[in-house]
Design a protein around this ligand. Sequence first.
Ligand code: ADP
Length: 320
Amino acid sequence: MAFDVVSLGELLIDFTPVGVSENGNPVFERNPGGGPANFACAVAKLGGKAAFIGKVGNDNFGRALREFIGQCGVDTSGLLLSDEFKTTLAFVHLDASGDRSFSFYRKNGADTMLRTEEVDLSLLDGCPYFFCSSVMMAEGESRRTSFDLMRAARDRGCTVYFDPNLRMNLWESPDEVKRVNLEAIPLADIVKISEEEIEFLTGDPDYKRAARAMKEKYGLSAILVTLGAKGCFALINGEELELDACPVKAVDTTAAGDSFNGGFLYALCRTGKGLADCSAGELRSILKFANTVGGLTTTKKGAICALPSLEEVEQMLEQG
Ligand code: ADP
């Protein structure tokens, strides 16, 4: 079966704080996490065909993760269960003002140990879009695997969609983050980046100027800059498009970028056309759809649990 999208990346447990126990100790909830997994679930929840490539431990956490994304409709035949390495864990901490920080337990984490030789590349056959992010490039075997799969996807004619999704504390140094991301971007066709990320990678605080320069320098077909509550800015084909965010009351922005990615590729697949054949009007509708998927995800707490269905997105779009 050919998939609409194949996503490579980390799938891990996010332990999020949910209060205090009777003994006065913090209590954490076991949530599925990982941007590329959120992305695949977003596509599947909208009704698209999504497959996930990655590795988790053959432990309780890993098996629960596989079951969870499978129940979301994602094909998990490319998700390996390792007897050697454990599922990666992340703990979310909230400070007094509600700001989040992460502690990662990822040294030799199963996701980072995925090797190219273990991947069933036939999943890419006939698939129009391959998705990956730089979190898999931060450490371990999975850096080489990510680059290998970007090349393998290109060789098979897939359009490569790359999300730098910078998580600075997973890397050895800021210089390394920059170097590796700038090596990956030329292997992509479409790059989705946030305002802060493009400033970090280019040194230019003007995201429009930075996006124009990046598209030109790396020969990209499209660059999508997401701007949180301000919406998005995109350079696609010869068009410059700017769209306001969906008017929602945001309660938790976790996975907004991942679901924007899912919404974008789902809507693009639905046109039955490649990006280069879409009119300016069609591109605007695709971006509006992506903004709506991203916006609706912020109205509920959590990541995968907060992803909207197609009906919810269409209802929101009808309301204008
Ligand atoms: P990332 O999670 O990658 O940093 P953003 O925070 O820019 O990405 O969010 C991605 C998209 O989700 C935005 O372009 C926008 O469409 C939507 N979004 C994010 N935050 C909000 C918000 N507060 N209100 C409405 N839409 C939002």
